[in-house]
Ligand binder design. Structure first.
Ligand SMILES: C[S@@+](CC[C@H](N)C(=O)[O-])C[C@H]1O[C@@H](n2cnc3c(N)ncnc32)[C@H](O)[C@@H]1O
Ligand code: SF4
Length: 386
């Protein structure tokens, strides 16, 4: 098994206020941010995982959350400096910071950039005051506009905006108006997420009324046309990029690359070429327990050969271009023939198609990605059946 590119994900689990739709490992900050202690814990975590990756350099870093922009530029700088010293960065490394427009003071993006950040992902969600309120967001549309101006002024023009659609009572025109507002801020990348009602959230307890499927289909058609006209290309189910602005870090996930996961609840995936296997890692989830825990408490679980095609396809079919046979074989160590049986019923249903030595989802398959994934789920272990 040839080693894939290596990335680093660092999770920052606190937010000013928990949003009612969000099931990420994010918690309302109720006391002073334990900034130094948390960065110390991240560094211990990283150090304890170094033997898993020998002397491989990092291709990308993603500082995600939660709200990493609650951390000061100097704390972020300390983490990045240590990661660089321990592992090394490839030339032109992409280092993304997720930011909430409600946590950005004047001049702060310039300081994050000086600390090593090369790309920012800004959680805009919507520009409609009513929706922002319903979504429990802590910022106004004007604050998002100001944050975007600050990003351009700081030389971080290759930023991403997160938008959500299928919002409570939203019409296709309203969704397009959000998109136009977003485009007016000249982002290099846009992520558009269908609002999903996740178990355990406030929205799950009292679900808002979302638009009907036909309206959501119209939203998707309109948004794709609007984005293509504005020079964006859809390269992933939720991802649209202007020329040269695809997110290298997320591409590495979708191409089944390796990533170290540090921080509360962070996941990782690391190949062990000597044993021809890949291992998933998961760190202690609850932030207080994570701060107190021994980083060696990290849970490691090998990906079985039976699960490998599903795990690979779950990522690969998210890409508009799908994946090459060659990539499947290099990343999984399995012959691409193992996919043929599982995929032929999907070909008959018009959900996936065979290109030149590659597999990809059709336009219809893209809308029903979950059906593709269910078909690829490994059979349950017969021994565990009654
Ligand atoms: C982990 S959040 C980080 C961004 C930052 N904390 C913020 O919200 O400004 C990443 C993105 O996931 C999306 N998201 C979170 N929960 C979602 C849900 N239930 N349905 C759709 N998108 C969701 C939002 O667009 C959010 O910006
Ligand atoms: S959407 Fe972002 S700001 Fe809201 S709770 Fe989730 S991580 Fe925090």
């Amino acid at each position: 098994m040839k080693l894939p590119p290596l990335a680093l994900y660092a999770h920052f689990p606190w937010c000013v206020q928990k949003c009612p739709y969000c099931d990420f490992n994010s918690h309302t900050l109720r006391e002073e941010l334990p900034e130094q202690r948390y960065v110390d814990a991240l560094l211990r975590d990283l150090e304890s995982q170094l033997p898993d990756v020998d002397s491989r350099s990092l291709n990308s870093v993603f500082l995600g959350g939660g709200t990493p922009s609650l951390f000061s530029p100097s704390a972020i700088g300390r983490l990045l400096e240590n990661a660089r010293a321990q592992l090394g960065f490839v030339e032109g490394i992409e280092i993304t910071l997720e930011a909430n427009p409600g946590t950005i003071e004047r001049g702060k993006f310039a300081e994050y950039r000086a600390a090593g950040v090369t790309r920012v992902s800004l959680g805009a969600q919507s520009f409609d005051t009513r929706q922002l309120k319903l979504l429990g967001r802590i910022h106004s549309a004007d604050e998002t506009r100001r944050a975007a101006e600050e990003l351009h002024a700081a030389g971080l023009s290759n930023f991403n905006l997160d938008l959500m659609y299928a919002l409570p009572g939203q019409t296709a025109d309203e969704a397009r108006a959000d998109l136009r507002e977003a485009l007016a801020l000249r982002p290099a990348h846009l992520s558009q997420y269908h609002l999903t009602i996740e178990p355990g959230t406030l929205f799950a307890a009292a679900p808002p009324t979302q638009p009907a499927d036909e309206i959501v289909d119209d939203m998707l058609d309109l948004s794709l046309r609007t984005l293509v006209d504005a020079g964006f290309e859809q390269y992933e189910v939720s991802g649209y990029a202007s020329a040269g602005a695809r997110c290298a870090h997320n591409l590495n996930y979708w191409e089944f690359g390796d990533y170290l996961g540090i921080g509360a609840g962070a996941h990782g995936k690391i190949s062990d070429s000597s044993r021809g296997v890949a291992v998933r890692t998961q760190q202690t989830r609850e932030p207080r327990r994570y701060l107190a825990a021994d980083p060696r408490a990290l849970v490691r679980k090998p990906i079985s050969n039976q699960d490998m095609p599903f795990e690979f396809a779950m990522n690969g079919f998210r890409l508009v271009e799908g994946f090459k046979d060659e990539l499947f074989e290099a990343r999984t160590g399995l012959p691409v023939a193992v996919l043929e049986d599982a995929l032929s019923p999907l070909v008959r249903r018009g959900l996936v198609e065979r290109g030149e030595k590659r597999w990809r989802a059709t336009a219809k398959g893209f809308r029903f990605l979950n059906e593709i994934l269910v078909e690829l789920l490994p059979d349950p272990d017969p021994a565990s059946n009654p």
